[in-house]
Design a protein around this ligand. Sequence first.
Ligand SMILES: NC(=O)c1ccc[n+]([C@@H]2O[C@H](COP(=O)([O-])OP(=O)(O)OC[C@H]3O[C@@H](n4cnc5c(N)ncnc54)[C@H](O)[C@@H]3O)[C@@H](O)[C@H]2O)c1
Length: 252
Amino acid sequence: MRLKNKVAIITGAGMGMGREAALLFAKQKAKVIVFDIDKKAGGETARLIRKAGGEALFVQGDVSDEADVKKAIQKGVKKFGGLHILYSNAGVLWKDRDKSVIDTTVANWDLVQAINLRGPFLLTKHGIPELRKSGGGSIILVGSISALAGFTLAQDSYTCAKGAMLSLAKSLAVQFGSDNIRCNVIHPGMIDTPLQEVYFTEAELKEIGDSIPIRRIGKARDIANAALFLASDESSFMTGAEMIVDGGFIAT
Ligand SMILES: NC(=O)c1ccc[n+]([C@@H]2O[C@H](COP(=O)([O-])OP(=O)(O)OC[C@H]3O[C@@H](n4cnc5c(N)ncnc54)[C@H](O)[C@@H]3O)[C@@H](O)[C@H]2O)c1
């Protein structure tokens, strides 16, 4: 019941960490607006929530499209009567197209920025007025450990967009703290989701896991648990902050 009487929108809730958070938030009694570009995956998340006795509304859309984001928020508020949690989770990691600045095309740079940076901008632009109307709320942005250190295998557009989450969180925390609106960032480490599964075999993921202090890579639930804490009132004195959830990777 940690999210009783709260309405949450989660972008990219069709798969991976977004789906896991949607299921966990709904279990904790939040009403969840499942937003995803993938109709089948998003619809399935909403179905799983309802099957478990929760409440969900699936809206298909692209986080980089202002009309889609606006529509999802409007539909959700109409159905559930308010909005309290903005979880900006959707993001893409395109290792084949997003490389070092010297190898990336302008078109690929812009496409990654549109999803990973404009997406959070649009969600907060249209979501914050609704949080205000609801008397406050919690915004969760998703960064990455790749924003906290340089890596030899560069995905520079991704890294810059994720780094921008730190600045956005601090700015929103300062601007809207007096409206009872908090904003924090989660930096996931290596997490086993469809995003990573396309790049690594199971053996390679295990090898990466063995190289970090906790001796495993993360599960979607590890991040969903952190997000649940930030979404709930248990974190009511926390804003403008960063949570690194990476099994100690960045500490080495
Ligand atoms: N998996 C990791 O190791 C890892 C590490 C650090 C940060 N992250 C970040 O965590 C977040 C979630 O990652 P994940 O691993 O669960 O990803 P995932 O690829 O498993 O799932 C992402 C979801 O977002 C949706 N999506 C993609 N583009 C969209 C768009 N334009 N509009 C709406 N929905 C869209 C996809 O359909 C999918 O359902 C991302 O922001 C990612 O960059 C992931």
